[in-house]
Design a protein around this ligand. Structure first.
Ligand SMILES: [Cu+2]
Length: 147
């Protein structure tokens, strides 16, 4: 192995350590969770809101051309919301503006993310993956009410 190869291998290894450390730091110190794909969960064909308690909601979001179901959701501030997301037809995006929630709705699979809305207000959900002629109208709303 010549000197240039060793240099490139060393730089690639150092970058790998930096990226892995950044991921561990984000999860451990910044409380950023990574989205998860549930391969063992059956995709659903309609949206649903399940209120487990006043502080814990489970929401099954269905993305389809060109809407999200449920289109409107209201939760109290501070509540934990478990988001499950699937698609009924093609790939869709699912981004909750003002949060770190950014998922893909993939047909045949269910993606998951837990989120806590601490600040009251109206959070817009948009599709960020071009999915057809009416993609730009595809949106939904989460209203976080004060306690
Ligand atoms: Cu779209």
């Amino acid at each position: 192995m010549d000197r240039a190869e060793k240099l490139v291998l060393g730089m690639a290894s150092a970058l790998l350590v930096v990226f892995l450390s950044a991921t561990v730091f984000a999860v451990a110190r910044l409380d950023i969770t990574l989205p998860t794909c549930f391969t063992e969960m059956e995709p659903f064909d309609e949206g649903e809101v399940i209120e487990h308690s006043e502080d814990w909601y489970e929401v099954h979001y269905l993305a389809a051309m060109w809407f999200f179901e449920p289109e409107e959701l209201e939760v109290p501030a501070g509540a934990t919301v478990d988001l499950y997301l699937t698609s009924d037809d093609v790939l869709h995006g699912f981004q909750i503006l003002g949060t770190d929630v950014n998922l893909m709705a993939v047909p045949g699979t269910v993606n998951y993310k837990r989120v806590t809305f601490d600040e009251p207000g109206e959070y817009r959900i948009v599709c960020h993956e071009f999915c057809g002629i009416d993609h730009h109208w595809m949106a939904a709303t989460i209203t976080v009410a004060e306690r």
